[in-house]
Design a protein around this ligand. Structure first.
Ligand code: F6R
Length: 608
């Protein structure tokens, strides 16, 4: 998703801004640009495609340009195509801006600006911000007034950084419901949408509040409240930071991150095992044990991890759990009760729909828990209680190790709630905790060592134009995640189906070149799902069965059977997810796609 960087200092801002943009690349983007104070005014260079295109344009068309101050942006297209014109920065008169977020009332604002003679170049909502600031600035000559007035016109979410042609070496910024930080470093001052952009220079940053205005030069960073009064903001000191550490010799971040799953599980869970028992802060386990219902709210992969969490809380603690898609929940919440508890799961901690759902629940005075991978992120800061997954930085756009860490954390948390409630014995909880933190990572290592076989399977199945994943119960929840992983990076159309539901219509789509991947674990539904696999086999689908044990029935039904031995059938899904992560990785690679930066996707989805 879009990224913002701003720099003022004595170093070459071109280098600093491009560096900052590269640090934000992992968020996903389709165009980029910078505005700099060059010798004869603001110079804007932007282009669709990769950041390297900006480098090339700067070298070809503005060789030797030097500036000590500027702003930069990576754009993930929302309003308007990902082309050169729609890229940021957007300029209007003396003003150049970059924007993250969405301006909901931009059409009416655009019409009003046009009535005042503004001619727009792009299709974006963002250009309206530049136009509004410039109109007010032309009228008043007052930067603060023009920024405050513009904020008052905007409906939606935004983080904006702006240059004024006649306020050289100054960057201004403001935000509403969209992340923006400022940081003072030995080499200069920064603004950014994300701490990752500056984490290599500093361990502390300032977090302006909604409605604040930031004024930054090489010498200072000042904050002003909505009434224009200067205010002090205490820096956030990051002691427990996820630092990007490169590919570490792996060809892709995604592969590196899949290989980090065993460590991610161990690091996430070991903080919560004390004297062999699941251990959490007392208030947290009491709140969960006393819950009438737990709502797990998240998006995408985090939501899929939450669905595994549902099975753990229901089985061990006997607490009913509803899993909710955040983008739906925020507008169509079910009837909520006082003793309901709410768990928000997010790798980035910045996902707009999840954050908005959290705020909605908090506004009703209900108890909220965040399960987050990014320290100090919005969701981590705003929840009543935060528990961190220790997966470490996830750079590949497709989420992998975060999923395993989230599901593992929910497993140990469910055991913590169960102990508090008295629904499992200490002996059982200790045995399960041991399986989770010691035996599960070993089982994952076995899958990681089997790359050649997984690659060969992916080659066999990758010619498909469409593919189905089937399973029942938690197998179905894993099918949903596996299908998401495969479709998002291989671009093969995939659907996850509850195995028993396929025959109620969708089986019409099954034909010889539509493979079906059947996930089967435990005893309860084994023969049922095998029957469902037989139904698609009878329609000539190729069947790959991924299961926790080999049986004659499986061998007779499937074209291929891949067996994953796991210490406990409840942990099978966390383990088997690694098979599907590798399967998706090799399929996408085989098709020649950029696995770390799949098309159209963003890492941190800060718009709704
Ligand atoms: C898929 C993926 C997304 C995210 C989703 C939520 O690989 O990465 O589905 O899981 O956008 O993101 P977070 O966890 O950051 O809230």
């Amino acid at each position: 998703m879009c990224g913002i960087i701003g720099y003022c200092g004595n170093e070459d801002s071109v280098v600093r801004l491009i560096d900052g943009l590269k640090a934000l690349e992992y968020r996903g983007y389709d165009s980029a640009g910078v505005s700099l104070f060059a010798e004869d005014g603001i110079l804007t260079v932007k282009a669709s495609g990769r950041i390297a295109n900006i480098d090339t344009r700067l070298a070809d068309e503005h060789s030797g340009v030097h500036a000590e101050c500027g702003i930069g942006h990576t754009r993930w297209a929302t309003t308007g195509k990902p082309n050169d014109i729609n890229s940021h920065p957007h300029n209007s008169g003396k003003v150049s801006i970059v924007h993250n977020g969405i301006i909901e009332n931009y059409k009416e604002l655009k019409r009003a600006c046009e009535q005042q003679g503004v001619v727009f170049a792009s299709e974006t909502d963002s250009e309206v911000i530049a136009a509004l600031i410039n109109l007010k600035y032309t009228e008043t000559g007052d930067v603060m007034q023009s920024l405050r007035w513009t904020m008052a016109q905007l409906t939606g979410s935004y983080a904006v950084a702006a240059l004024f042609a006649d306020r050289e070496k100054h960057v201004f910024a403001f935000r509403h419901d969209n992340p923006l930080i400022a940081a003072a470093t030995a080499d200069g001052n920064y603004l950014a949408s994300d701490f990752a952009a500056v984490s290599k220079y500093t361990d502390r940053y300032y977090l302006p509040e909604d409605g604040d205005i930031v004024e930054m030069t090489a010498d200072y960073i000042k904050f002003f409240d909505a009434d224009g009064n200067e205010k002090q903001i205490e820096p956030v000191v990051v002691t427990d930071m996820n630092r990007a550490d490169g590919k570490q010799g792996y060809p892709h971040y995604m592969l590196k991150e899949i290989h980090e799953v065993p460590r991610a599980i161990r690091d996430t869970c070991k903080d919560h095992i004390y004297e062999n028992l699941p251990t959490f802060d007392k208030e947290l386990t009491e709140k969960l044990a006393g819950a009438g219902r737990i709502y797990i709210i998240a998006c995408g992969t985090a939501l899929n991890a939450g669905k595994l969490g549902k099975t753990y809380f229901e089985k061990y603690a006997g607490i009913p759990v509803s899993c909710e898609t955040a983008s739906e929940f925020r507008y169509f919440p079910p009837i909520l009760n006082e003793n309901d508890r709410f768990i928000f799961i997010s790798q980035s901690g910045e996902t707009a729909d999840t954050a908005a759902s959290l705020r909605m629940v908090k506004a009703r005075g209900l108890y909220t828990i965040a399960v987050v991978n990014t320290p100090n992120s919005t969701i981590a800061r705003e929840a009543d209680n935060v528990i961190y997954t220790r997966a470490g930085t996830e750079t590949a756009v497709a989420s992998t190790k975060a999923y395993n860490a989230q599901a593992s954390l929910l497993f140990i948390l469910a055991l913590g709630a169960a102990l508090e409630k008295g629904t499992v014995s200490e002996e059982t909880a200790a045995a399960l905790a041991d399986k989770l933190v010691n035996q599960l990572p070993e089982a994952v290592e076995t899958i990681l060592a089997d790359t050649e076989k997984i690659k060969a399977l992916s080659e066999k199945y990758c010619t498909a134009h469409s593919c189905f994943f089937i399973g029942r119960g938690p197998d179905f929840y894993l099918a949903e995640e596996s299908s998401l992983k495969l479709k998002e990076i291989s671009y093969i159309h995939c659907e996850a189906y509850a195995a028993g539901e396929l025959k109620h219509g969708t089986i019409a789509l099954i034909e010889p070149d539509v493979p079906v991947i059947s996930i089967i674990s435990g005893d309860k539904i084994r023969s049922k799902t095998i029957n469902n696999a037989a139904e698609v086999k009878a329609r000539e689908a190729k069947v790959l069965m991924v299961t926790d044990r080999d049986t004659d029935e499986a061998e007779h039904t499937a074209d291929d059977v891949y067996v994953i031995h796991c210490p406990d059938s409840d942990l099978f899904h966390i383990c088997a997810a690694v098979f599907f992560q590798l399967f998706a990785y090799h399929t996408a690679l085989g098709k020649g796609w950029d696995v770390d930066k799949p098309r159209n996707l963003a890492k941190s989805v800060t718009v709704e």
